[in-house]
Design a protein around this ligand. Structure first.
Ligand code: ATP
Ligand code: MG
Length: 494
């Protein structure tokens, strides 16, 4: 049988290449054929026709055998000369070359014969089938070669045993051999198909793995480059901000002095110009300070000067700082700390920065007539990270501060993004609120550096609520720190 396997279509040609890789390797009987199936086939032939069947690989290794020893063979083998001659015959039978697609008959000195059939696949020899020994239909008595080869043999008995061997006509043996060969080649075909499929699968898995490895390697390289760029960006930000601050402080100082008339009286227009220079200078300074803070927080070089801190004192300070701004905008600013007495281990100046940013936003995004409420409470919190240890763990006490306004609110889809640096919900050129989008990114980092969290909720009817949760001083001492190492408080500066 000469049949080629159908190649699976593939627009990129990968499968075709793989098939070529597989099909270019010569098929070996021992690789593709299931031995059990082969053995089963030989056994059934032997059972049906009583003829011994052996299948060899092209290298002469026995793959399957279904054979029973004939009495005549046993009789001959009992004598040393017979045994020797028998061995030589079998070896010669195995070595006979039937030619591709061919078959030959090989005679034995007993008069019996072997039929050797070539086993082929896609025009290549993959093995051979040896049928026999059988007695040809014409055999009546042992040929002279029997007595000649084994002189001590009882020829009469030999002849008697030879008559017991079933006679097989040459063409019947040929049909049998052909049938067996066809069946075997069918097995080889289906086994080879399965073999190619599995090899193909293996090949494509290997190929995908290699591609994946390559992509991972490229991603790792990109990540390293991005990290390096990020580090350079932070350095650049820190240096530029620092260098800008000094001349800017002078601009602000001199414009202030000019405004106060120290260098002579200004007319109304000059005073207006100087006021603008001063205002813009202050705005720029706030931006630069924000950038500096952010780069320090990101690079982990900002140290916290922690000390025992009362949250109500921080919030009181924030409210008195921003009360004038709120009053000017006609927004009601309310502090509700319910006499909270809970000590935090925190950097009061940084906490002040957090709540100034939040209250400043709340006032900024609340229209005239609205209100901003700062509420502080102490709650017993559970440590979500270690649910199993909740029973044994000391009770965690948290200070929860909410900054609620009745302003424009933040849509839920924007709530995670507003903590990114420079992100503003409305960044259009027609935006009516000032700012650069740095405040909340600084808030988040400072809160997390204190082991806390910040989240956004909706206010009842309209507006946003920022909820900051900070662990109490006692909780921070008894619970494992959640602060990233890079932001850990600097004990040397305490
Ligand atoms: N209370 C709030 N109500 C509605 N939107 C808010 C509120 N707080 C923040 N936002 C939205 O989140 C964005 C980011 O706030 P963030 O404080 O980081 O920046 P900013 O206030 O625009 O500028 P900056 O704080 O740097 O001066 C704001 O621009 C705004 O779109
Ligand atoms: Mg802000």
């Amino acid at each position: 049988m000469t049949s080629s396997l159908t190649r699976p279509p593939n627009s990129q040609g990968t499968a075709t290449v793989a098939v070529d890789v597989v099909s270019d390797v010569p098929v070996r009987l021992e690789d593709v054929v299931d031995r059990d199936a082969l053995e089963e086939l030989c056994q059934s032939m032997h059972r049906l026709f009583g003829i011994s069947v052996r299948v060899y690989t092209s290298e002469g290794t026995l793959m399957a055998s279904a054979a029973s020893e004939l009495e005549i063979c046993r009789f001959v083998n009992d004598l040393p000369a017979g045994r020797l001659a028998c061995g030589t015959t079998v070896t010669a039978a195995k070595a006979v070359d039937p030619g591709v697609e061919g078959e030959v008959t090989h005679g034995c000195f007993t008069g019996l014969t072997y039929r050797i059939v070539s086993l082929d696949y896609e025009g290549r020899r993959v093995g051979r089938i040896v049928l026999g020994p059988v007695a040809p239909a014409m055999l009546e008595e042992a040929p002279p070669s029997l007595a000649k080869t084994v002189p001590k043999l009882d020829v009469v008995q030999g002849n008697e045993l030879l008559t017991k061997v079933p006679r097989v006509k040459s063409d019947a043996l040929g049909r049998l051999a052909h049938h067996l060969k066809t069946s075997l080649e069918l097995i080889i075909f289906s086994s080879h198909k399965a073999y190619v499929t599995s090899k193909l699968h293996l090949y494509s898995v290997r190929e995908s793995y290699r591609e994946l490895e390559e992509k991972t390697r490229r991603l790792e390289q990109a990540l390293t480059r991005l990290k390096e760029l990020d580090r350079l960006k932070l350095n650049f930000l820190a240096t530029v901000s620092h260098e800008l601050r000094t001349p800017l402080t002078s601009i602000i100082g001199y414009s202030e002095m000019l405004g106060e008339g120290i260098a002579g009286e200004l007319n109304e227009e000059q005073a207006e110009f100087v006021k603008t220079i001063h205002g813009k200078g202050e705005q720029l300074l706030a931006l630069i300070m924000g950038l500096l803070d952010l780069s320090k927080l990101e690079s982990g070089t900002m140290s916290l000067r922690e000390s025992p801190t009362q949250i109500s004192r921080v919030l009181g300070d924030v409210v008195s700082t921003l009360a004038p701004v709120a009053r000017k905008k006609e927004v009601d600013l309310v502090l509700d700390d319910d006499g909270v007495a809970c000590e935090l281990a925190a950097d009061p100046e940084r906490l002040r920065q957090v709540f100034v940013n939040l209250v400043d936003n709340a006032v900024k995004f609340t229209p005239k007539g609205g209100s901003v409420t700062l509420r502080a409470r102490v709650v017993d919190g559970a440590d979500d990270d270690e649910p199993g240890a909740a029973l044994l763990a000391p009770v965690r006490r948290d200070v929860v501060v909410s900054v609620a306004d009745t302003g424009i609110g933040i849509p839920p889809v924007e709530r995670a993004k507003v903590f990114d640096a420079f992100y503003q919900v409305d960044s259009s050129s027609t935006r009516e609120y000032g700012g650069t989008g740095l405040g909340l990114s600084i808030v988040k980092r400072i809160v997390e550096a204190h082991g806390g969290t910040v989240r956004i909720e909706s206010n009842e009817a309209t507006g946003a609520v920022f909820v900051v949760t900070l662990p109490s001083a006692q909780s921070r001492r008894s619970l494992p720190s959640r602060v990233p190492a890079a932001l850990a408080p600097d004990s040397s500066k305490r």
